[in-house]
Design a protein around this ligand. Structure first.
Ligand code: GAL
Length: 647
């Protein structure tokens, strides 16, 4: 468990570097990420390379024992490159090029840009690949940030046509798969097919889904290009990329497979403000973030690269990009850091060492103020560094619950939400939250991951499933929850011939004959074990001979089970969802805990961590004799405690 920081030597006078590096060391940092936006300083015009400053920066850091994560600078193609080959710019949905002047203005599909990336990454990797202090390489920076996964450039259109030809082999096959007979959309050749944009009303959903798959594959192959070069020149270094919060435009499982570590950038307050959370939650968690935000992403990204995960950028204070940008509660930066470690992070690195006095992010805080004085997070990091030295954690743990999540599920439900408020991401997050509230540790995994060893499997919403998925689930012999819309589409975005849940009806004999979506505020009462609850947003009409566990007042079953497989045909209010999860846990033989509202726990080895996301103190239920390694039973607002588990 190491601490790190993001640093931009090119933004500060060179005389300051040594002092900065000394202070990083005395703070207890071990890792420094540099370089990811530095192209114009490395190559100010074509083939005019200025490496000396970067050599010296690396030397200053390395001389003090700091390890370096070197970023490839491809998120910011410089002005001269854009002027030389403007076709590398991404194109927006209205056909306009995205302009130079911020960042991420390139198109993933530009073959020309790929050549330029290959060139710059090669020279950089050749120069520093063998440097002993450069222990990791970050490819680019935050793929997809600022809505940049989808581009509608000529290069993208051409590459899309090739991608379709490869996938379908014949245009007749494509017509059949997409159902283009609908509205006379039949094509005679792949060359006739455009990206699904600027159509009069919504384009064919199968066409849209393939564009999303194609765009995701473009991110994967763009990343692979850099990974290949870096691995060749720096065989001993880790190759990483920094993913974002609530980012679903490309398949992170696929990109993560090519990396050694999936890292991510954790900004809990920014994402609370700009996220879908209720006004009540935004008020209650203003300075802490939503209690499941960071954990959800730790658990998701841990599953993208074989269990290896880092936080590459940790929010240290107010950010500059959310509608409102409050400061964290005192102690919160320490809590976020420990929470990341408890969820398996190998590294937590803060963004950034010092607040910039210029540029787009001058209102974004860092560990230090623009004048070099310490900002408030500095002392919290110091505290964590000391605690890390003192704490020993032994043993390993595995989460008992798998929550199965797919990026494709999100694309399918975004293309046809069928109800404005429907989001499979929010629904998956809601299921995750309820599991976490009852004290369970969760792995978020892809449908291709092994599900062996879990005691409970929750699939909140998987509209398409691979052919083998039903038999994989059948072989597990543990409780499985299938949520609404699971099995509702074929690979080609069609309703399955046997009706939803398609092939999964082999696990539970039922079929969905109609779906309704409900506007906000509308709900239906359901009865479960004699108690009344509400269900919202989504209601499926299910035909089955099974006796439902819960039904609407007019007798429509909303929750069915057959042996260990459950089907939930609606979006329950939180109290009802909790009942569903509790029943599943009971069937799984899983012990659930009672945590105070707003608190979350996680086990790491022989330690049980508890995080208080409330803006008031809480007291853990008295359980005499607990040995606390961090904190005490009384946990302050935004604080943590960790006690030893003897078993
Ligand atoms: C991230 C990005 C950083 C910086 C930061 C500000 O999205 O990777 O470069 O912009 O946000 O919060």
């Amino acid at each position: 468990m190491k601490l790190g920081v993001c640093y931009y030597p090119e933004q500060w006078p060179e005389e300051q570097w040594a002092k900065d590096a000394d202070e990083m060391v005395s703070l207890g940092l071990q890792l420094v990420r540099i370089g990811e936006f530095s192209w114009s300083r490395i190559e100010s015009e074509r083939n005019q390379f200025t490496w000396e400053w970067l050599d010296r920066a690396i030397q200053v850091l390395a001389a003090r024992g700091l390890n370096i994560v070197l970023g490839s600078p491809t998120a910011c193609p410089p002005r001269w490159l854009i002027d030389e080959c403007p076709e590398i710019l991404a194109t927006d949905e209205y056909g306009n090029p995205r302009k130079f002047g911020s960042r991420r203005h390139y198109c993933f599909s530009s073959r020309r840009y790929r050549e330029e990336c290959e060139r710059i990454v090669t020279v950089m990797a050749q120069r520093y690949g063998g440097h002993p202090a450069v222990v990791a390489w970050q490819t680019d920076n935050e793929y997809g940030c600022h809505e940049t996964t989808l581009s509608y450039s000529k290069s993208a259109a051409d590459a899309f046509r090739d991608w379709l030809a490869e996938r379908y082999k014949s245009v007749e096959q494509l017509n059949e798969s997409w159902g283009t007979v609908f509205w006379s959309q039949e094509y005679q050749s792949f060359g006739e097919i455009d990206p699904p944009v600027a159509t009069v009303t919504e384009a064919n959903p199968a066409h849209q889904l393939d564009y999303r798959r194609f765009a995701s594959d473009e991110v994967v192959s763009f990343n692979q290009l850099q990974v290949k070069i870096i691995r060749h020149c720096a065989p001993n270094a880790d190759v990483i990329h920094n993913f974002m919060g609530f980012s679903t435009d490309f398949d992170h499982h696929e990109v993560g497979r090519d990396l050694d570590v999936s890292t991510w950038d954790s900004y809990p307050l920014g994402f609370l403000e700009q996220g879908w959370f209720s006004e009540k939650e935004k008020q209650a968690y203003l300075r802490q973030g939503h209690p499941d935000f960071a954990a959800f992403h730790h658990d998701l990204y841990r599953g993208c690269s074989n269990g290896r995960m880092w936080v590459m950028e940790q929010q240290p204070g107010p950010v500059n990009w959310a509608p409102y940008n409050p400061a964290p509660l005192p102690g919160m930066v320490r809590t976020w850091t420990w929470e990341a470690f408890a969820h398996g992070a190998e590294v937590v690195s803060y963004f950034r060492w010092r607040q910039a006095p210029f540029g787009q992010e001058q209102m974004h805080s860092g560990l230090n103020l623009p004048n070099g004085d310490r900002d408030t997070a500095f002392d919290e990091v110091l505290q964590v560094a000391q605690e890390l030295e003192e704490l020993t954690i032994t043993g390993s743990t595995i989460a008992p619950v798998a929550l199965v999540w797919s990026y494709q599920a999100q694309w399918i439900t975004q293309i046809q939400p069928q109800g404005e408020n429907f989001s499979s991401l929010i629904w998956a997050y809601t299921c995750y939250s309820v599991l976490r509230e009852i004290g369970l540790d969760v792995d978020i995994v892809s449908p291709q991951a092994s599900l062996e060893g879990y005691q409970l499997v929750v699939c909140p919403c998987l509209p398409t499933v691979d052919e083998s998925f039903p038999s994989t689930l059948a072989s597990l012999d543990v409780p499985v929850l299938l949520g609404m819309r699971t099995g509702s589409k074929t690979e080609n975005y069609q309703i399955p011939r046997e009706l939803p849940p398609g092939p999964l009806s082999s696990l539970i004999p039922l079929k969905v004959s109609r779906v309704e979506s409900l506007r906000p505020g509308a709900s239906e009462a359901v009865v479960y074990e004699g108690k009344h609850y509400q269900v919202e947003q989504w209601l499926e009409w299910v035909d089955s001979d099974l006796l439902p566990l819960a039904s609407t007042e007019d007798g429509k079953g909303v929750w069915f089970h057959h042996n260990k497989v459950h089907y939930l045909a609606t979006w329950p209010e939180p109290g009802f969802l909790r009942e569903v999860m509790l029943r599943l846990c009971k069937q799984a033989g899983l012990a659930v805990g009672v945590l105070p509202e707003g608190a979350r726990s996680r086990r790491l080895g022989d330690l049980q961590f508890v995080f208080n996301y409330n803006n008031h103190a809480i007291r853990l239920p008295d359980n005499g004799g607990r040995v606390f390694r961090l904190g005490q039973p009384e946990i302050p607002a935004g604080g943590i405690a960790a006690y030893k588990i003897n078993d």
